[in-house]
Design a protein around this ligand. Structure first.
Ligand code: ZN
Length: 378
């Protein structure tokens, strides 16, 4: 398949150094639907790097016609990828300012609302076109006076006008799971089925200005801001968690890339028949039905449950082992789940401080202790 490869230089962070984004583009610019994919915005999450590498190869060799446009940024965070400290890659938070790389993306709603207010008509595609033009102009005006701001502006510039945005991450040790808005439930179910996701988490207002929320939320925020239902919800964005940090292999990456390719066919971005939709492995569950189980005390975590186990509310998922206790028989503190559901995520490091996440259980019932507007992690 024909493509172009572009490099976007980021401002030099220190004399003699410079980083850049690599962008692979397929299809005619402006063709619809437009899909955007990126990997490793949290730079210590590597399964997506290999998966998008496989997807790029598949697209390069593909014989199916390109109907829309695909933009792939295979390394979304070259800043984070450079944060090596004594052999350990610290890729979640920015060394220079402490910010989580996937939080606090700039809000564009007010600027876009100002540009389109009073101009909406009854033609939804025309409204989407006009809003995207305003969006592109708002992104072009974002400040780029630091390397991180320039990176964020560049990523939004590449993604914000898309119909589909997939931000590929991974968890610590985990099954495949997806975060997206309840407003796009049908597409989420389709994506989950194609990817073989064990958990699909539907958010209401998760807060935090994550990358997926910034892209998709612009549209519903604009609808609310203008009190006008003619604003279409024209962007489906999801955070795709491709298992755990150690789950990096050609076998997994090739299968995940093939699944993403079929999803892009199913959404009409690529031509050809994707085949029947696989049977979903799960019903979507609310984000607020997920228990992030905190370690009650410091210690080594010894799991009683494996990933994929169903657990009941109150059940013990792990024990914290107090290595300082005189008597090993009394050295264990049980850790309980407050949700009934699927145990889908565990800690990678097994020595935990109090309050650290022991794991996550996704259940169908909203949990009373979960506050709306809170993401699962900081
Ligand atoms: Zn992440």
């Amino acid at each position: 398949m024909k493509k172009t490869v572009e490099r976007i230089a980021l401002p030099s962070p220190s004399p003699g150094t410079r980083r850049e984004l690599t962008v692979h583009r397929y299809g005619v610019p402006g063709a619809r639907p437009r899909a955007y994919l990126q990997a490793a915005l949290h730079a210590d999450e590597h399964p997506g790097l290999l998966t998008l590498n496989h997807l790029i190869r598949m697209l390069d060799e593909a014989r199916n016609p390109m109907i829309g446009e695909i933009v792939i940024v295979p390394i979304a965070n070259p800043i984070g990828l450079s944060q090596q400290l004594h052999g350990y890659l610290a890729g979640r938070y920015d060394f220079s300012g402490g910010l989580n790389f996937n939080r606090d993306f700039p809000e564009l709603g007010e600027t876009v609302a100002g540009a389109v207010e009073g101009k909406l008509c009854d033609d939804a595609p025309a409204n989407a076109r006009m809003i995207r033009e305003a969006l592109a102009s708002a992104v072009a005006d974002l400040p780029r006076d630091s390397e991180l701001k320039a990176l964020r502006a560049a990523l939004l510039g590449l993604s914000m006008t898309s119909d589909i945005v997939l931000d590929v991450h991974c968890d610590l040790e985990a099954l495949v799971h997806i975060y997206t808005s309840y407003r796009h439930r049908d597409i989420a179910v389709e994506l989950g089925a194609d990817l073989g996701a064990d958990v699909v988490l539907l958010e209401d207002e998760p807060g935090g200005n994550t990358f997926d929320e910034t892209n998709a939320g612009l549209w519903w925020n604009l609808r609310e801001r203008l009190s006008d239902d003619r604003v279409p919800l024209a962007c489906f964005a999801a955070t795709v968690e491709l298992r755990g940090q150690a789950d990096v292999s050609d076998e997994l990456a090739a299968a995940d890339a093939a699944n993403l390719y079929r999803f892009l066919q199913r959404r009409g971005v690529i031509g050809g028949n994707p085949g029947a939709l696989p049977t979903p492995l799960c019903e979507p569950t609310p984000l607020d039905g997920t228990d992030v189980i905190a370690a009650p005390v410091a210690g080594i975590v010894a799991y009683r449950k494996r990933l994929g186990d169903r657990v009941e509310k109150g059940e013990v998922v792990a024990e914290m082992v107090d290595l300082t206790a005189d008597d090993p028989l009394t050295a264990r503190t049980p850790v309980h789940s407050r949700a009934s559901g699927l145990f889908f995520s565990r800690a990678a490091q097994k020595l935990l401080p109090p309050g650290a996440s022991v794991g996550k259980v996704a259940g169908p019932e909203k949990l009373p202790h979960r506050k709306a507007g809170n993401l699962l992690e900081v």
